[in-house]
Write a protein that binds this ligand. Structure first.
Ligand code: HEM
Length: 474
């Protein structure tokens, strides 16, 4: 395991050790070249342990980018187009209102990162499955710091009456927390780093031995993929799919024979649906948490932000999509700066389709090329004083912004494989922040470690959760 730290951002590469040649790219011009041309996505099936330990690995389907993916991407794209996104505002707003009711319990701090994960999971659950997972219920005393550990989310009560779905989603949250890319994972993950060829045989043995992490992961994964299969099967049987969500669109395309049924096999549909849930929840949740964390520590930013939000109108005026686009320029800057400061998805992977020259190096076919988005975002050539949180650096009128390379800030990736949920997540994050700051401000809890500790996993996360004191605005 080794860490790239020369640009101030640790990128753990332990899980790559001993595999095919790898080059890490942290230059905007080269990122553009790699992201848009000459490179294909890594067929992620070949990425070792941490990802292959996830629920749908057994089917060989998790995060695969084979020829079927283009058909899938085209099928679901319309869910994420602006006209449809605008119609999702009321759904998002209703989850936000529900999740953030009664936040200010006297003398109790909250674990905001739990709240944001539940909220983001509910929102994507509705968009992907058309199912209300019921996680965004008002926070209660049982969610105060004193009684809930961050790693214990799956043990929380969830009495929404739909056991199957709530169990599934609790498993999902648990399994998301288990996806680690360093040496703190299961024994087979560690073995995979050192002797890849032994990994699978060992996993097969270890998963049968009670008490091992491999056994726990295996059991979570089995339950999770079983439940997901059931949800997909039931939705396939129900032909009355009028609402426009991810799963309905795929199943309708399958049945209308626009896409061959063999292409969208039930297993494949399960895999991409799960992947979607994962891609859309942990990323959005962390981003929302990190913004609130950073604003809580920068009172001058908070003041300016509150002014903008208050200036929009009385709290009963819910912004529509156009308002979100036009009326909150400072909020835009705060979000971008927070996403630069803590890049939730620090690495984007590609593979050279052919021998190719890049940055003066001749890379053999098959070389893995990783775009280090997190390193890019801390490069002082594009972001002077990169360790300072300064939303104004994203003001379109400022010199720093005008001078900046257009690909210096690409938290959603780049090119034909860029994030499909970019606009969706920004809409959700903006609505959440506007709603929250109309009612509350936040301060770091005294129980929060200082300096904050991050976990550099599949996605960035607060190692011990984000703990906040909530103050109701008067
Ligand atoms: C703040 C929130 C988010 C961030 C920072 C983020 C970031 C990313 C990044 C960096 C990639 C890889 C792009 C590349 O390879 O060039 C990606 C891919 C993807 N994201 Fe997101 N994402 C977010 C939210 C979402 C949401 C809400 C959804 C679903 C609604 C989503 C669905 C996807 C999918 C399906 C892909 C794979 C696209 C493909 O391979 O064609 N993401 N995301």
């Amino acid at each position: 395991q080794f860490t790239v730290q020369n640009l101030g951002y640790p990128v753990k590469l332990g899980f790559h050790m001993g595999r095919q040649p790898l080059i890490l790219v942290a230059d905007p011009e080269l990122c553009k070249k790699v992201g848009i041309k000459q490179f294909k996505d890594i067929p992620n099936r070949s990425i070792p342990s941490p990802i292959s330990a996830s629920p749908l690995h057994q089917k060989g389907l998790f995060f695969t980018r084979d020829s079927r993916w283009s058909a899938m991407r085209n099928t679901i794209l319309s869910v994420y187009q602006p006209s449809h996104l605008a119609s999702l505002v009321p759904m998002m707003q209703s989850f936000i209102e529900s999740a953030t009711q009664n936040l200010d319990t006297p003398n109790e701090d909250i674990i905001f990162s739990n709240l944001s994960l539940r909220l983001a999971t509910d929102v994507i659950g509705e968009a992907a499955f058309g199912v209300n997972f019921g996680l965004s219920k008002p926070i209660s005393v049982c969610e105060s710091i004193k009684s809930v550990s961050v790693n214990n989310v799956r043990n929380d009560d969830n009495d929404n009456g739909d056991d199957e779905v709530s169990d599934f989603i609790n498993q999902h949250i648990y399994s998301t927390a288990q996806l680690k890319m360093d040496l703190s994972g299961s024994f087979s993950i560690i073995l995979g780093l050192l002797a890849p060829i032994l990994q699978e045989p060992f996993r097969q043995i270890l998963k049968r031995i009670p008490g091992t992490m491999d056994r726990k992961i295996e059991s979570t994964n089995e339950k999770l993929s079983g439940r997901l299969d059931e949800i997909v099967k039931r939705r396939m049987e129900n032909k009355n799919r009028t609402s426009k969500n991810f799963l309905s669109l795929i199943l309708n395309a399958r049945e209308s024979k626009k896409v061959s049924e063999n292409v969208f096999s039930p297993d494949y549909v399960s895999a991409v649906t799960y992947e979607h849930l994962l891609a859309g929840s942990a990323t959005t949740a962390f981003t929302l948490s990190s913004i609130v964390y950073l604003v809580a520590g920068h009172i001058e930013v908070e003041k300016k932000l509150l002014q903008e939000i208050d200036g929009f109108g009385t709290p009963d005026r819910i912004p529509i999509a156009q308002d979100l686009h036009d009326s909150f320029p400072y909020l835009d800057q705060v979000i971008k700066e927070a996403m630069r400061f803590y890049t939730v998805s620090p690495l984007v992977a590609r593979e050279a389709s052919n021998e190719v020259e890049i940055g003066g190096y001749l890379l053999p076919k098959g070389t893995w090329v990783w775009l280090a988005l997190g390193v890019l975002a801390k490069d002082p050539r594009n972001f002077p004083e990169p360790e300072k949180f300064k939303p104004e650096r994203f003001d379109p009128k400022c010199e720093e912004m005008k001078r900046r390379h257009p690909y210096a800030f690409i938290p959603f990736g780049i090119g034909p494989r860029a994030c499909i949920g970019q606009k969706f997540s920004l809409q959700e994050i903006k609505l959440s922040l506007i709603h929250l700051y109309r009612k509350y401000v936040f301060r770091h809890s005294l129980d929060m470690e200082n300096p904050v500790e991050m976990e550099y996993g599949m996605v960035l996360n607060f190692k011990h959760g984000l703990k906040l004191r909530v103050i109701r605005r008067t």
